[in-house]
Design a protein around this ligand. Sequence first.
Ligand code: TA6
Length: 306
Amino acid sequence: MPPNIVHDAKGLPRIILTEPTGSSAEVLLYGGQVVSWKNERREELLFMSSKATWKQPKTIRGGIPVCFPQLGNFGSLEQHGFARNRMWSLDSCPSPLPPANSQSSVDLILKPTEEDLKIWPHSFELRLRVSLGAGKLTLIPRVRNTDKKTFSFMFSLHNHFSLSDVSEVRVEGLETLDYLDNLMQRERYTEQADAITLDGEIDRLYLSTPSKIAIIDHEKKRTFVLRKEGMPDAVVWNPWDKKAKALPDLGDEDYKTMLCVDSAALETPIVLKPFEEWKGRQELSTVSSSYCSGQLDPRKVLYGFS
Ligand code: TA6
């Protein structure tokens, strides 16, 4: 049986995914956005702003917005592209993937409207499969060029992780990499720290990262493991206190319990010839990490999974 579309109090149609261990995920047709992922103990794993705007055409601050066809704010396109501000549809024909035919998976599709073609004149099909498994959430985005001409685009899954205290978190897997610092006019630096810890605003694009990144929440004794394919870069963002106050749809204190670590294809845009399709993949999972003042060997967290 395919998943049901529910119309809830917030007025946006959503699909609720469930699986036998009791975990769940909620996906909106609006933006193709995952807005909730709960583990088998019903604990929310994704951050959602306490002041999120749940009304079109606004973006919803939290969960996993899909950013396409650009990241950032250039030209006439809206910030991070329009895909996150459009109503998607259920995709009954996700070929060559077999149709999602269970309560734990859904296929969505976005095609451009006449208005979209005026601001980004390329015909495309953007597909997203969201699959929930025991302890993991997998997103498979695809973009097909249905135009007569080659086009290029950027893409990101703007993951908002829910954390107990961002100032106690370590992000591992990005050490020694080059990054562009958005707080320094995108100047290029090399990461010197053996892990990223935060004590202020951060907005960086790490380039050509490994396929696994770990986000270690010491207080919750929980580690998020992000694995990605087809999206070589990773954005790390937290607005911290001052910028949080300037964002109307973010609670003043919300920055303390969130961190964005995005899977992104940004530095080198993806180029598609007519009829070609690009496919990415992101898998989020959690493992318990019993960190206690330096006992944790980060390598075990990062590489203890295959
Ligand atoms: O992913 C990093 C970033 O581009 C930051 O520069 C910051 O603007 C953030 O995304 C949030 O963007 P949004 O449009 O969702 O407010």
